[in-house]
Design a protein. Structure first.
Lengths: 435, 523
């Protein structure tokens, strides 16, 4: 008897099978992820979860008996009152499976399974992208790739250029007249023949001398000299990649309720996940504003409380300052996402519009504006409902060719669809309301 | 077992093998030794050498999804099963099996690290001795599986299919496997094939025949007037010859395709062969669920009880065992929401316990029903004989006694689609025993449970259409949408049109026609 401890064996033996399954059901899974994501909280995105897809797409057919029809006999346990000859009405489930119906009753329509966090996020973000990413000048960065670049006299043995080395060796041997092996062999044969016959000793001595000379020359001139050796040379070539920066502008003023802040933060969190998972070279700048704006770090942005009045233009000014100082438009693709409840001091409206039109929008690849509303102030669309100050300010800016997109979000469940909508491939910037 | 007081009393009043729930490898070794002693000396079991492998939950899930085989080629359907098992397990809807055992030599039993010491003892008794004995001795396993070489074959299959994926791309291989899997249950031989006779045995046979004729020679026969010898029908002979060359009719559709399909490449034929060989390996298991589990359950119950009697496990451990044992052999009644068919553990264990009782302490009824074994006093000999020579269907038909039927309150209903009501045909009483027994046996008869589908003809000289036939019993037709899907796979493999006729087995009347044309044939 042997006891073997297999616990330390590599895990995930069925991982390749799982990947094959996901690849097979990809279209279905993707659809399910998108449907599913609308009902999820943002934190859940980071957790993966249960998913169900139609059974049809992943069915494994086989010949088996159909459900209805024919004459069937069943033996069942647990008789209580039946006697031979009793008639029992068919159970309403139909199909003629009799009392055995519960054997495989539930869950026939859908195939349910769990997706891991990574699988879920990857599928969710799969067809999203930052629009117009390579329009600006391509800047170099730390990414490099190796390229063949001629030969070098030194290098690692793995890079030995054998053909080149032998070519050098051959030309050196020719130039220095290294005796050929055949030459020496024929000389030896002649000497042997002379020695055997024993005539013409003078010739023999001459030949011996000649052979000695040749052998000495052979040892002096090596077959392969360190001089001949060449190595393949590689040069690291910088790879151009697009650099991008995303500005996250959030209104944290007093008019924003906790719910609204929560919505805005959820949006930015999703944006953050999207950027960090999909792009390796994206800077994120967090700016929050009340009546004054300040650039903060990620943690403060998401977690620190703040309150005050609302002057939107301060945030735009701050952004313009950061762009000026750190992100020259010649080198960077600039994106911005702004979340606000739409309130703005009325005297600021003009300044905001001017800043947007003259400074911000011209340098931006894409500017997304999210207006968060209260869930409970939903009213049927009508004359009573009026757009907020900021919405009206921005609305006049929306024109074909202007990279500005505006969306309204009132409920947690809107965040995923709006987010997808904003960053969908080939999405046209426009003002649309999602409620 | 109560009648064997002379059992070797080596360990009486000994120290228990373990205490508490913790165990280490040393415990496993001691437990195995103690269980082995009882299993071999007292129960007379005959087993392959054991190999016990300790695995984690995750590895158990892995093993689940690849049909419990330790290594298997890669295919998305296994990933699908894994995903399903994983979800059910994570949501707590289903526990994991405590063990998995593989019919191989050495016999590999997987035990989970989370099991308590008592559970490990139970698993060793159940799998490493119960199932192991069954695998080694049952005639179906001896006939159809080769325990020595299965692991090597699986390793070969895995690497061969991986090579094919590398060489021909993973998608064509996946598509081929999809199609082959669809015909999985049509990929087994249900009867041993005739061996092609070699020259020597042919010669012996000819000699014997000649001797026989010489012995039987009687000149009188020459005088009896005979009908003129009929001219052999040339066409019929030719037809006969063609069919025998193609081995028609053929129940093993995958085998037929492997040998006959016109367009398949060699590697594709080899993959079909791998799929059908693995299906064949599982063929005995499908027919012996009740016996296999019953045997293992009976063995673990006997061994655990004996261990307890000898003081090798504590009272607490014994209670823990009983609790999980009763869970295993629990049979919900038909109107219970938990009911999902007859529990093979429950039926097998009940029948085997009943056989033990009949052997040791028979009633008059038992003497009448089982005259051969009633009161013979050697239950283990009888059971070992059952385990070796029966499958579920024949075992139920032979050994389901009235006592078990009464205990389980078995009754039979008939569901005729033409009648408005179901009717109770037989119950557990004097009039009904035999019918209930016969019908229950039929539920385990693979010929009743699975549709009988055969390749009946192929028009090789014409349009190469492949003809299949489903012999319909009791008017039960195939599930239509699945049948269509499978036929499409079959048409792709065959490369030409395929037709399936559903023919009533009794009247020969055609009940339904299915046809399929190849969409994307394999080539």
């Amino acid at each position: 008897m042997h006891i073997i401890d297999r616990r330390l064996n590599p895990k995930g033996k069925s991982l390749p099978n799982r990947q094959r399954f996901l690849r097979r059901a990809k279209a279905l899974v993707r659809k399910a992820v998108h449907e599913n994501s609308s009902s999820r909280g943002i934190r859940d995105v980071e957790q993966g979860g249960e998913l169900s897809i139609p059974r049809d797409g992943v069915s494994e057919p086989g010949f088996h008996h159909g459900r209805g029809g024919g004459l069937r006999n069943y033996v069942l346990p647990g008789n209580k009152e039946y006697l031979e000859g009793d008639k029992i009405p068919r159970p309403p489930t139909g199909g003629g499976r009799g009392n055995e119906g519960s054997a495989d009753g539930g869950g026939e329509d859908d195939f349910r399974f769990m997706l891991s966090r990574d699988e879920f996020v990857d599928l969710f973000l799969e067809d999203l992208e930052l629009p117009d990413l390579v329009k600006r000048r391509l800047a170099t960065s730390e990414s490099t790739s190796l390229q063949r670049a001629g030969y070098a006299a030194s290098g690692s043995p793995a890079n030995l250029a054998l053909a080149r080395t032998m070519r050098n060796s051959l030309s050196r041997r020719l130039a220095l007249k290294r005796p050929r092996a055949a030459e020496i062999r024929s000389l030896r044969e002649e000497i042997e023949a002379l020695e055997r016959t024993g005539k013409d000793p003078a010739r023999l001595a001459e030949l011996m001398e000649q052979l000695e000379g040749l052998l000495a020359r052979t040892t002096r001139i090596p077959y392969v000299d360190p001089l001949d050796v060449r190595y393949k040379r590689f040069e690291s070539v910088p790879k151009p990649i697009a650099r991008a920066v995303m500005f996250c502008l959030m209104d944290v003023s007093g008019s924003m309720t906790e719910d609204m802040k929560d919505l805005a933060k959820r949006f930015f969190m999703l944006l953050h996940i999207f950027l960090t998972r999909r792009y390796r070279h994206v800077d994120v700048v967090f700016i929050r504003h009340t009546h004054i704006a300040q650039e903060v770090d990620e943690d403060t942005f998401f977690h620190s409380p703040e309150t005050g009045g609302t002057v939107v233009s301060t945030a735009l000014e701050e952004m313009a300052r950061v762009v000026r100082e750190r992100y020259p438009t010649s080198d960077w693709n600039i994106y911005a996402a702004q979340a606000s409840d739409g309130d703005n001091t009325s005297i600021d409206a003009h300044k905001t519009a001017a800043l947007m039109a003259d400074v911000i929008l011209p340098v931006c690849q894409y500017y997304a504006y999210i207006e968060v509303g209260r869930d409970d102030d939903f009213m049927p669309a009508g004359p009573i409902r009026r757009d907020t100050d900021l919405w009206r300010t921005y609305k006049v800016l929306v024109q074909p060719g202007v990279p500005l997109a505006m969306r309204k979000v009132r409920h947690r469940r809107d965040i995923f669809p709006v987010f997808r909508d904003l960053f969908q491939r080939n999405a046209e910037p426009s003002a649309k309301e999602v409620t | 077992m109560t009648a064997s007081p002379a059992a070797p009393a080596v360990h009486t009043a000994a120290e228990p093998l373990y205490s508490g729930a913790d165990w280490d490898f040393d415990t496993l070794r001691r437990v195995h030794a103690a269980v082995e002693e009882i299993a071999l000396d007292e129960l007379g079991l005959d087993v392959y050498p054991n190999q016990i492998e300790v695995i984690t939950t995750e590895q158990m899930l892995d093993a689940y999804s690849s049909s419990a085989l330790p290594l298997l080629y890669k295919h998305w359907s296994f990933g699908k099963h894994f995903a399903q098992h994983e979800m059910l397990y994570r949501k707590g809807m289903r526990g994991l099996a405590y063990e998995i055992v593989i019919n191989s030599s050495p016999c590999i039993s997987y035990v989970m690290e989370e099991n308590s010491a008592t559970m490990q003892t139970l698993v060793i008794a159940h799998a490493a001795f119960g199932h192991n004995h069954f695998f080694k001795n049952n005639y179906l396993f001896r006939q159809w599986t080769d325990a020595e070489s299965i692991l090597d074959y699986l390793a070969f299959a895995q690497s061969y299919i991986a090579d094919c994926e590398e060489r021909y791309g993973s998608l064509p291989v996946e598509r081929l496997l999809d199609s082959a899997h669809a015909l999985n249950s049509q990929g087994v031989f249900r009867y041993p094939r005739k061996k092609t006779p070699d020259l020597r045995s042919e010669q012996i046979r000819a000699l014997e025949r000649q001797e026989h004729q010489e012995r039987m020679f009687n000149d009188l026969w020459r005088t009896v007037p005979q009908a003129a010898p009929k001219a052999p029908d040339e066409a019929a002979r030719e037809e006969e010859r063609r069919r025998s060359l193609l081995q028609l009719p053929q129940e093993n559709v995958l085998y037929f395709l492997e040998k006959t399909a016109p367009n398949l490449q060699n590697w594709q034929r080899e993959i079909l062969r791998i799929v059908r060989n693995i299906a064949q390996y599982f063929y005995p298991q499908r027919q012996t669920k009740v016996m296999n589990e019953g045997c293992a359950t009976f063995v673990h119950h006997t061994i655990m009880t004996r261990l307890h009697e000898r003081g090798l496990i504590t009272d607490g451990a014994y209670l823990e065992f009983l609790q999980s044992h009763t869970n295993v052999v629990f049979q919900p009644e038909f109107d219970d929401p938990r009911y999902s068919g007859i529990n093979p553990y429950a039926l097998g264990f009940a029948m085997m316990k009943d056989i033990e009782r009949v052997c040791l302490d028979p009633t008059d009824e038992d003497r009448q029903w089982f005259p051969d074994i009633a009161g013979c006093g050697e239950p283990m000999a009888v059971l070992r004989d059952c385990w070796a020579n029966y499958r579920d269907e024949s075992f139920v038909l032979q050994f389901l006694g009235p006592q078990v039927m009464r205990d389980l309150h078995l009754f039979e209903i008939e569901d005729d689609a033409d009648e408005p009501m179901l009717s109770v045909e037989a119950i557990h009483n004097e009039r009904g025993y035999r019918r209930v027994r016969e019908m229950l046996a039929r539920q385990y008869d693979i010929a009743w449970v699975e549709p009988d589908i055969q390749v009946v003809d192929v028009d090789l000289a014409g349009n190469r259409r492949l003809m299949l036939q489903h012999r319909v019993v009791n008017g039960i037709l195939l599930d239509e949408s699945d049948a269509k899907a499978v036929l499409r796979h079959l048409a792709n493999l065959w490369g030409y049109d395929v037709a399936l006729q559903e023919v009533d087995a009794v009247t020969g009347m055609v009940m339904k026609d299915h046809e399929a044309v190849p969409r994307r044939r394999f080539a």
